[in-house]
Design a protein around this ligand. Structure first.
Ligand code: G6P
Length: 475
């Protein structure tokens, strides 16, 4: 049988646009991430990517790129508010992240979510070739698998959740929980970042629907019998393009930039780094508070140590994000007011996006990367940092509540709610004998290099494509 063609469906198309001087728009493939993982398979299989272009109230034509067909799904400004900012990022995002901020439930948001999911399903049904393999991504599109199956029963349908999948106690709060669950069960294979997420899903399905499940012997998920079909459920921890990050970090201009960054910071003995989207799930305030207390206690010396916090702007019109920004900026102002000197702040706060070369230089310029997320599906920044440290230098302080912690057991693992524990972990990472940090980094690099994003995509697609799909985490 001919190889099935592949269609990826995600809220966003993997493209960036630039407005030229004459007002025309040029499109380029966005760097890194999912698209580089899927690029070879998409190219070989005449692949298509279906998603939103980022434009509101217009449906720009997005050209095919590097052999991948791009098909854009339009969003109106009301849908941007109700489907994207509302249901996706005001209901599902906080609920699935342990409700660290209170999720809101509005019927108008749910209606828009259904409408936009239907549009994605219809666009996919229109574009997918016969018997194609369709891979639907993330929490924005949980209804698409079942909607698509109803339209196109010939397709092989996969769904992957990039963010955590919560325990029943939280999921049960959703007013339309059964519809969401049934939506995902329209897939042949439902993938999660961790065994815990896969197990939550199976347990919730058994509790809410009249279905039978057989657990996976290897742990994490299992098989669910529903409507006379078998849905496989498993863990497939995502990763990054390790080769790309390694070659960036070896580029002479990046190495030079890292040295210049350190000089610009005043050649401190130690640099502590944080790189996050400015999101309340990332625990940015927790790490700034820990740093401040370390300065107050005198365990970290102002003259020796600086913190650099990159906080990439995100979802800026959503209320929780505005509140967070104010909180973080107040804390940064407070700590610099107390401990900074003229021309020498102790926390360098950058509320901007940077290109990948600059991020790689920051990774190289730092002694410790702090990842203190309160809940995170995976946390790819942690994996990028490890990939960048081809010198086996640096140290990683990593929250237990990230998907990455299940794999990166050689990090300095912390519970970010335990301020004393977090302070101790930062001090330990700063002061551990170099041999200890190097051994930890070497072990983590070994893991990340053999579990890169291509291995992730391969293992998922193999499980989706093969006869009776077997969902198993890559070993
Ligand atoms: C998370 C989600 C992605 C999302 C990204 C950026 O990683 O899992 O689906 O694209 O955040 O958020 P944004 O709202 O800007 O797409």
């Amino acid at each position: 049988m001919a190889r099935r063609s592949l269609v990826v469906v995600a809220n966003r198309l993997p493209v960036d646009h630039t407005v030229e001087e004459d007002g025309s728009i040029t499109w380029s493939r966005s760097p890194g991430g999912l698209v580089s993982a899927l690029h070879p398979v998409l190219r070989d299989r005449h692949g298509t990517w279906i998603g939103w272009s980022g434009a509101i109230d217009s449906a720009p034509y997005v050209p095919d790129m590097d052999g991948i067909r791009m098909r854009s799904v339009p969003l109106s400004s009301a849908e941007y508010e109700d489907y994207y900012e509302g249901y996706s990022n005001g209901t599902l995002w906080p609920l699935y992240h342990d409700a660290v901020e209170t999720p809101a439930f509005h019927r108008r948001w749910w209606e828009a979510y259904q409408r936009v999911n239907r549009r994605f399903a219809q666009a996919t049904a229109d574009y997918a070739e016969r018997n194609a393999m369709v891979w639907i991504q993330d929490y924005h599109l949980q209804l698409v698998p079942a909607m698509l199956r109803a339209l196109r029963p010939d397709l092989r349908i996969g769904f992957f959740m990039h963010i955590p999948f919560p325990p029943a106690e939280l999921f049960m709060q959703l007013p339309r929980r059964v519809e969401l669950l049934r939506g995902m069960l329209g897939a042949d294979l439902v993938g999660f970042q961790t065994n815990a997420g896969a197990d939550n899903f199976v347990r919730i399905a058994c509790r809410l629907l009249d279905v039978r499940a057989t657990p996976n012997a290897s742990g994490g998920g299992g098989c669910i019998e529903v409507d006379g079909r078998t849905v496989s459920v498993g863990a497939f921890p995502i990763s990054i393009d390790v080769a790309e990050m390694e070659s960036l970090a070896r580029r002479p201009d990046v190495v030079e930039r890292a040295a210049n960054l350190r000089a610009d910071l005043g050649d401190p003995a130690k640099v502590i780094l944080g790189v996050d989207r400015l999101d309340y799930t990332k625990g940015i305030e927790h790490r700034i508070k820990a740093f401040r207390e370390l300065l107050v206690d005198g365990r970290v010396k102002v003259e020796e140590t600086v913190m650099v916090q990159v906080a990439v702007p995100s979802r800026e019109r959503v209320e929780h994000y505005k509140v967070l920004r104010d909180k973080v900026e107040r804390e940064v102002g407070r700590i610099n007011g107390e401990f900074g000197r003229v021309g020498v702040p102790v926390v360098h706060y950058l509320n901007q996006s940077f290109d990948r070369a600059e991020i790689a230089a920051l990774y190289l310029a730092s002694d410790v990367l702090t990842v203190t997320a309160l809940r995170d599906g995976m946390n790819l920044v942690a994996k990028e940092y490890i990939a960048a440290r081809t010198d086996n230098g640096g140290a990683l302080v990593l929250s237990e509540f990230t998907g990455a912690a299940a794999e990166l057991t050689d990090a300095h693992l912390v519970n970010p709610h335990d301020l004393d524990g977090l302070k101790d972990a930062i001090v330990h990472a700063l002061e551990a004998p170099p041999a200890e940090n190097r051994a930890r980094m070497r072990a983590m690099r070994r893991h990340v290099r053999t579990h890169d994003v291509r291995a992730w995509a391969r293992s998922y697609l193999r499980a989706l494509g093969g006869g009776p799909a077997s969902a198993k985490a890559p070993s």
